[in-house]
Write a protein that binds this ligand. Structure first.
Ligand SMILES: *[C@@H]1O[C@H](CO)[C@@H](O)[C@H](O)[C@H]1NC(C)=O
Ligand SMILES: *[C@@H]1O[C@H](CO)[C@@H](O)[C@H](O)[C@H]1NC(C)=O
Length: 818
């Protein structure tokens, strides 16, 4: 066994050494040297021999170890006289750090009592490794430490002594630290940690270092401890924003509280050094801090006030992120927020000039008003379109940028629409679009473009004759659609003449209200009709006028007494007639003829026999006035008969007259013609000459006319029976006002008279009414109105039928106009 061999060899050496010592100090003590940690029973030395004692005598001499400690560790083998290890010896326990460890023993021998001192030198062996008190230790170092700074580390201990004691330290490999061993007086070695390189917690916050302590034994023993270097944070990092510039946009209608953007900054430091608070830069203007806020903890930027794109289209400001270290560090970033336009502004229509009234005759394109339009929004939201309400005669004409003129697009008529409310609507192109409308009132000015208008072009007015002068006849009104002066009418009577009579000399008109007054009393028998032209003129410039015709018909009143024209009053107050006694029943004695200047009913004349000598003999035809015998005349009848005939008109009140006819019945009288001739020769000589010529001329005119009719009639009958054109041509001839002819005749007897009327146009054309009466119950009287063509044919036929065997009797008749 190597250890044993080793022990034995060193033990022998010690032995030699001790022997030498003993040799030198013969009386001196015996000294043994042994290494520590020997096993029990190991022999230290032969103590009997070394003391010069015989082994046999040691038992009897009671050799023993007297010292207590000696007793504990050693015993004596009495059989061999050897000192033996009783208990394992730990030098470190026994001697601690003392380099020399000698255990003194006292050995006692009796008989004789002898005391010997023995020294046992206990040699150290490397049985202890260096040891650190703590297996792990923590070292806190601020990252701001400067290189070269030293930190003491725990030292290790090794109970061994000498070369076996602690010799050196070693530090695990690292780039930040190195080890230095400081040697104090007395050889104590203390390890020091030296910072070699700047530390950065943010790069490496914990360094694990292993410190090893080594002793000088062979082989060397070691012990280790773990040194945890925790790098303490220093506020050496500023907060940094993720972006140098943040860009965001927000709708202008964003509600307060709306988060626009969230900014984030990071700080590599820890704890308060890394705790970030956000804020606006201190130079941020109020306009921004009143509009936006930033949450100091989250970095959310939100709107706190209403935005208005039209006021501010964007905002740019700086932010700060600040940590809470000591001192504080800060970082910054810029924020750019664009406000997005919302269509929140309605277009605005503004009148540049007030609408001016426009004349109704204004040409198309006349400018009525100037206006412009504005929309605060931008882009499509600010693009405005203008529309005029449909149906109005106006349109918009763009002029300069966003300026328009409202012009007329059609011809205007104030009488139709005196004022327009033009609605203009402006709408932008936003989505949804915003609209504004404005109503522009355009007044249309009157122009005198309407003449006065009468409700009728002609009016018929009936006025009774004998009206009081100055009475109002009629009221005429015209209207004018224009306004004010242009519609103010003045009435006048146009200075026209009707049948040479200026109307203004008979009538007067109230210029303001059109009431017409007669200035005279009228006589139907003189004038039956007036035609007045009334003119209404407005006050415009130039004035317009129009006229209407008023026909004033004078209506008849029964103001004329019938006048007997045959038997003529000129023949005396009493008419004398003769008749033959041979006359049969129905013999025409005479015919009473009367006329009435009135017309119509007022001129319907009836004849009545009022008184008679013998009323059984004569009768008067109610309508014709013919006096005929009711029976044959007999021999008994008186030769002289007197008749009183009453003549009445049909007016109201009735006007009447009478005529007295004396009839002489003669025997042997046959020829009525000779009778007439005879009678005519009896007439007054003063009248006969004029009458004769008149009759003659009239008769010749009449005969000529009649002849012409007959020729024409025969011609026409031959060519084309009933051809109206013939009669039209004939009648044309009869329209000549100088050839007015009226023929009355009876078909069953001789023509009693022919009446020729030479009146003027007016009296003829207007007197037709008086001929429309039912004249004869026998239809034996045909009446012809000269200007009428319709009945002419019948008249001619009547003439034709009655002429061949008719005797002619002509009576001249004066037209009874006074
Ligand atoms: C017209 O005026 C006159 C005079 O003022 C008056 O007598 C007459 O009654 C008026 N006529 C009408 C139709 O008003
Ligand atoms: C009346 O009117 C007619 C047609 O409108 C015209 O021909 C005539 O000359 C006018 N008369 C007067 C007197 O104005």
């Amino acid at each position: 066994m190597p250890s044993l061999r080793f022990c034995g060899r060193s033990w022998r050496k010690l032995w030699i050494l001790s022997f030498v010592l003993l040799w030198e100090n013969i009386e001196a003590q015996i000294r043994y040297s042994i290494p520590e940690e020997l096993k029990e029973g190991s022999v230290v030395g032969n103590i009997a021999k070394d003391l010069g004692l015989d082994v046999s005598e040691i038992t009897s001499r009671k050799l023993r170890i007297a010292s207590e400690s000696g007793e504990q560790y050693f015993t004596v083998d009495l059989a061999k006289g050897e000192l033996v290890v009783n208990e394992k010896i730990d030098r470190e326990k026994l001697c601690g750090q003392t380099t020399a460890c000698v255990l003194p023993l006292r050995v006692v021998v009796e008989n004789p009592l002898q005391l010997h001192g023995i020294e046992i030198d206990i040699q150290d062996i490397n049985d202890n490794a260096p040891e650190f008190h703590a297996k792990e230790s923590v070292l806190k170092i601020y990252e701001s430490v400067s290189p070269g700074k030293r930190f003491l580390l725990e030292k290790a201990t090794d109970p061994d002594v000498g070369t076996n004691s602690l010799k050196s330290y070693k530090l695990s490999n690292n780039e930040y630290f190195r080890l230095n061993v400081k040697e104090l007086k007395g050889g104590v070695k203390i390890p020091e940690l030296i910072v070699e390189k700047p530390l950065d917690r943010e790069t490496k916050s914990i360094h694990r270092l292993v410190l090893t302590a080594l002793d000088g034994g062979t082989p060397a023993k070691s012990g280790t401890t773990l040194v945890l270097v925790t790098v303490q944070d220093n506020n050496d990092n500023e907060p940094r924003f993720e972006l140098p510039v943040y860009k965001a946009s927000v709708q202008e209608n964003a509600k307060p509280g709306h988060v626009v953007i969230r900014v984030t900054a990071a700080d590599l430091d820890e704890g308060l050094n890394g705790e970030i608070g956000y804020s606006f830069h201190e130079h941020t203007p109020d306009s921004i801090t009143k509009t936006f806020s930033i949450d100091p903890e989250t970095g959310e930027i939100s709107v706190i006030a209403a935005l208005d794109y039209e006021e501010s289209k964007s905002y740019t400001f700086d932010l700060i992120a600040k940590d809470k270290g000591m001192p504080e560090l800060e970082g910054n970033a810029a924020v750019h927020i664009d406000v997005l336009d919302e269509n929140d502004n309605a277009p605005d229509i503004m009148l540049t000039s007030l609408p001016s009234p426009v004349e109704e005759n204004a040409p198309i394109g006349t400018v009525v008003a100037l206006l412009n339009v504005k929309d605060l929004d931008s882009g499509d939201n600010g693009k405005v379109e203008l529309v005029v309400s449909p149906g109005s005669p106006f349109t918009l004409k763009p002029s300069l940028d966003k300026h328009y003129s409202l012009v007329t697009a059609a011809l205007l008529d104030r009488e139709d629409t005196p004022e327009y409310s033009v609605e203009i609507t402006a709408s932008d192109s936003g989505s949804p679009a915003m609209k504004t409308s404005k109503i522009i009132k355009v007044e249309i000015l009157d122009v005198n473009d309407n003449p006065p208008v009468f409700s009728q072009s002609a009016y018929n007015v009936f006025l009774r004759e004998n009206n009081p002068a100055g009475s109002s006849v009629f009221s005429i009104t015209a209207t004018d659609k224009d306004q004010d002066k242009n519609a103010k009418l003045i009435y006048s009577i146009a200075d026209t003449k009707f049948q040479d009579i200026p109307a203004s000399s008979y009538f007067y008109i109230n210029a303001e209200n059109g009431t017409i007054y007669s200035m005279n009393s009228f006589d139907y028998e003189k004038l039956k009709l007036f035609q007045i032209t009334i003119k209404a003129t407005d006050q415009g410039s130039p004035p317009l006028s129009s006229n209407a015709t008023v026909h004033v018909f004078i209506s008849d009143q029964n103001d004329n007494v019938p006048v007997v024209i045959y038997p003529s009053a000129s023949m005396g107050s009493v008419s004398h007639q003769r008749m033959p006694r041979s006359a049969k029943m129905g013999h025409l004695v005479t015919k009473v003829t009367a006329v009435d200047a009135d017309s119509g009913h007022n001129a319907w004349i009836s004849y009545r026999l009022a008184e008679a000598t013998d009323s059984s003999l004569f009768a008067v035809n109610l309508y014709t006035g013919e006096v005929r015998t009711k029976r044959s005349v007999s021999e008994q009848d008186d030769a002289s008969q007197r008749l009183l005939i009453e003549i009445k008109d049909n007016g109201e009140p009735v006007q009447s007259t009478t005529v007295t006819v004396d009839i002489l019945i003669e025997d042997g009288l046959h020829e009525p013609v000779s009778d007439f001739r005879h009678k005519a020769s009896e007439k007054d000589k003063k009248n006969s000459k004029i009458t004769f010529y008149l009759i003659l001329s009239l008769a010749s005119v009449s005969v000529l006319s009649l002849l012409t009719f007959f020729i024409l009639l025969i011609k026409c009958a031959r060519n084309s029976r009933g051809n109206a054109s013939c009669f039209r041509r004939d009648s044309d001839g009869y329209k000549n006002p100088n050839r007015n002819l009226q023929i009355q005749l009876n078909t069953d007897g001789p023509i009693k008279y022919v009446e020729v009327l030479g009146g003027d146009m007016m009296s003829q054309s207007q007197s037709f009414g008086s001929y429309l009466s039912p004249m004869s119950e026998f239809s034996d009287l045909t009446m012809v109105k000269p200007s009428s063509t319709l009945d002419f044919k019948d008249t001619l036929r009547g003439l034709d039928a009655s002429l061949p065997d008719s005797a002619w009797t002509f009576e001249c008749q004066q037209v009874m106009y006074e």
